[in-house]
Design a protein around this ligand. Sequence first.
Ligand code: CA
Length: 237
Amino acid sequence: MTRVLIVEDERHLADGLRYNLEAEGFEVETVDTGEAALSLLLPPAARFDLLVLDVMLPGKDGFTVISEVRQAGQFIPALMLTARGRPEDVLRGFAAGADDYLSKPFDLSILTARLHGLLRRHQWISRTQAPAAEADVFTFSGRTIDFNALELRARGQTFPLTLMEANLLRYLIRYEGKSVTRKAMLEEVWGVREDTDTRPIDNFIVRLRRYIEDEPSRPRHLLTVRGVGYRFLAEPA
Ligand code: CA
């Protein structure tokens, strides 16, 4: 059974979510603070398959919770609940390690659909049937990205990837040698269509360069294309 942890301090909303998700066949646990969520998610952690995380919480907020969870090497698929009209929260959430978001107020059937989507994407990324460049394991210049294990191996080290980092790498690899715009990355990888600040993408690139590049300040694989976006080169000349 799929176990969902809901972190939401608005009692009526948490109860409504629990009721509906249980009706969908999920096993649900709810907590109302970031601290309680972390005590359940950080090692030695209970097994959860999905995390629904409100941004505005008393004490530690949702951004802090997801970034601490990711720093601890926990790569549970996570959906954040953001306030309507705050696209900057969406990107801040993604930068902190969230995999998807929903703006409040939302329709419960949409939330359920998004959670099923997250589970499917998690399975898709582990069991893709895409062409060669999108195989489960992609190797370039002595580096290996394992989309199944969500790991990147380089220079004798192993770096865990979030679902979003893996999706972003997969997207760049798909367009190997070509420039991709930040806007296209936002739309295709994050599904964000609002006209928002694209700078958080740069934070993702900075992080990926630390894994991939020998000298992150002089990248050879993840190149900046001035005024456009980025370009991935598997085997630079
Ligand atoms: Ca709240």
